[in-house]
Design a protein around this ligand. Structure first.
Ligand code: NAD
Length: 296
């Protein structure tokens, strides 16, 4: 049986790890949050006391952490896991981080005799819970082949983007587009409502017209239009504005480094920056609606 160490049990990692447990994999889980850890333990995972404890006996390590600094702190340096993992261990980092950070971590993994994939995901918390995520993978083809049964337990589309870091580059392009689409969707809905339209009726119309997009159809930012969307539960439990801001910052850095023009990505980053500065950083990113339609 494959023994998996799963580190980072937040909005995404929690449901991803639960799916592995539900499919019968042996999972040792760790998170800094006792509450998140308890949810996994109740479902049948071993609750580890530290990341180092979680990896004991594991042949695969999966991490789902907020940002590059957390991933580097987990794996690199004298206290990092790479110093103690047995040679040949497969390490899959699903966090969204800079491609340059992913390559740095992969190089350190190779130097320690380990195998590393960057495998950021798309599909949101609903996709994580339903096991329908899209995995965008960078790394060696043979390592992806070995990881595939695990990824297929948590997702339905698995893409090989290229070598180490390529998964992150593709993910950043996707999330820059998502940030732009969500802001545009919120702007259009706010315009319609200001002019007397019902947000649900307008959403139905645009979903069947040329403005249709994922933010509108599956993650509608207007409260009450879609029961399952974070907007209908006070913008909680989804993809935090602070994380979208991180991703738009990564896109901007990538654009600067490669001399690419990304004016819409930059504008979207500024919108989310203002929104976060107004105190909404911990709310789901679809709360950008409040920038166009301030609440009382
Ligand atoms: P989150 O903040 O809900 O979860 C992160 C978890 O990591 C927290 O539970 C935190 O306690 C834990 N953590 C932090 N440092 C740790 C450490 N050293 N050891 C153990 N646990 C630690 O974030 P999330 O929404 O689950 O996002 C995770 C990653 O997935 C991010 O990179 C994000 O950009 C990406 N992502 C999120 C979504 C989404 O819809 N939420 C979608 C796609 C990708």
């Amino acid at each position: 049986m494959t023994h998996i160490a799963f580190i980072g049990l937040g909005n995404m990692g929690g449901p991803m790890a639960l799916n592995l447990v539900a499919k019968g994999f042996s999972v040792a889980a760790f998170d800094l949050s006792a509450e998140a850890l308890a949810r996994l333990q109740t479902a049948g995972a071993r609750a580890a006391s530290s990341a180092l404890d979680a990896v004991q006996g594991a042949s695969v390590v999966i991490s789902m952490l907020p940002a590059g600094k957390h991933v580097q702190a987990l794996y690199l340096g004298e206290q990092g896991l790479f110093a103690s993992l047995p040679k040949g261990t497969l390490v899959i980092d699903c966090s969204t981080i800079a491609a340059s950070d992913a390559r740095k971590v992969a190089e350190a993994a190779a130097a320690a005799g380990l195998r590393m994939l960057d495998a950021p995901v798309s599909g949101g918390t609903a996709g994580a819970a339903a096991g329908t995520l899209t995995f965008i993978v960078g790394g060696a083809e043979a390592d992806l082949a070995e990881a595939r049964p695990l990824l297929e337990t948590m997702g339905k589309n698995i893409f090989h983007a290229g070598g180490n870091g390529a998964g992150q580059t593709a993910k950043i392009c996707n999330n820059m587009l998502l940030g732009i689409l969500m802001a545009g969707t919120a702007e259009a809905l706010a315009l319609g409502v200001k002019n007397g339209l019902d947000p649900k009726v307008l959403s139905d119309i645009m979903s069947k017209s040329s403005g249709r997009n994922w933010a509108l159809e599956l993650y509608n930012p207007w409260p009450g239009v879609m029961d399952t969307a974070p907007a209908s539960r006070g913008y909680s439990g989804g993809f935090m504005t602070a994380l979208m801001l991180k991703d738009l910052g990564l896109a901007e850095t990538t654009a600067l480094d490669s001399h690419a023009a990304t004016p819409l990505g930059t504008l979207a980053r500024n919108l989310y920056e203002s929104h976060a500065a107004a105190g909404h950083g911990q709310l789901d990113f679809s709360s950008i609606l409040q920038y166009f339609h301030p609440q009382d």
